[in-house]
Design a binder for this molecule. Sequence first.
Ligand code: MN
Ligand code: MN
Length: 467
Amino acid sequence: MGTEAKKLKEELFTKKESGWLSISEEEKIKIFDFSKDYMNFMNKSKTERETLKNIKSILDKNGFKDLNTLNNINSGDKVYYINRNKSIFISIIGKEPLENGLNLIGGHLDSPRLDLKPNPLYEENGFAYLKTHYYGGIKKYQWTAIPLAIHGAIVKTNGEVINIELGEKEDDPIFTITDLLPHLAVDQMNKKMSEAIDGEDLNILIGSIPYDKKASDSLKLNILNILNQKYDIKESDFNSSEIEIVPAFRARSLGFDESMVAAYGQDDKVCCYSALRAILDINNPSKTAVCLLVDKEEIGSMGNTGMASKTFDYFISELLNKKNENYFNMLEKVYNNSKMLSADVDAGFDPIYKSVSDTTNAAFIGRGVVINKYTGSRGKSGASDANAEYMAYIRNILEKNEIKYQVAELGKVDLGGGGTIAYILADKGIEVVDVGIGVLSMHAPYEVTSKFDIYSAYKFYNKFYKC
Ligand code: MN
Ligand code: MN
């Protein structure tokens, strides 16, 4: 290529190269340190409730106050509102009045997993099991023959909450779902992957010692006796519980170069953590900053802890009330002047499965934050398509701050699709676009991200709040 063409190309083409090529040694240390904190956070945060507990303790240490305990708020105040222990809204009150609009970033705390059925315990032919009902979009075969942990809460009729976490510590027992040996799997192996493991067969193996010789249901009795002694519960207490079966894997650095993170539940806790750190690192912003971390995205954002719940409107109304700025239609006005980043992961390009991606429009791990102008499926159906003007606003912040980004689509047209919480906020009149982190093996028990992208997201979210 001639030098002129080379120069012209340099000037006109979108640069598509690894982010690792353009960082200093100092920056690399920051990236690795950030990911270390993130992995520590992930190891304590496998369920929504646990994640929320950890977020609350981080917020309490950083001077944030529960909004319910305050009668008045002023600019500079740092507050949070916890919704039923499963979602949280965090805010730093800006110098400008709320009616000028908010800068919002939102992610989801829930991840695909196996939930226990309301009546989970049974025994069969010498084994005791717990029945499950999967939560979110999983490939069922991925959940067999791996170590599993039990996390959750049992609420007794007197209101007492018993928290369970078993399978994470080195000397804890773990649990598993057995799979068929290849020697006898001829029929199973000839099935379609989606049918190889039946939803009703995702039963957790939990014991094999009978209570005694005489009792019927002797294995079930032995397990209930153990649970009764350990947690003071009986069988019917499962009826009022939320118990999640999650992979017992710890978050780890991945690769000889340790450039990636492997962990369960990175969709979407990787964006939640980056957004949380971003709001911790701002002081006295002009616009009021809001970080919303919600439940139930993986099953459609429904329920009173999901994004579609009116509880979020209530939170913003309470900010208006307590800042003495509320009047008729004020909430709608605030929304119409607000800007938001929907912080969710995107499918990273995987060379092993390249046929599902349009490489020109795919998100690549390690090339910076991923912007999805729209999501949806089959002709953008269900998407909140961001306005070009807003895309330009976002690009401007990224380019001014030299933060690497890529604009991508989730896979090839008509191959499938997905959605995020973006459209729910767009419905309120807020400018919103998806900006997140690329993931390999999304929704699998062990997901992969790039440390470079995680830090890039944190940097961008932080700059966005400062606008
Ligand atoms: Mn997600
Ligand atoms: Mn997801």
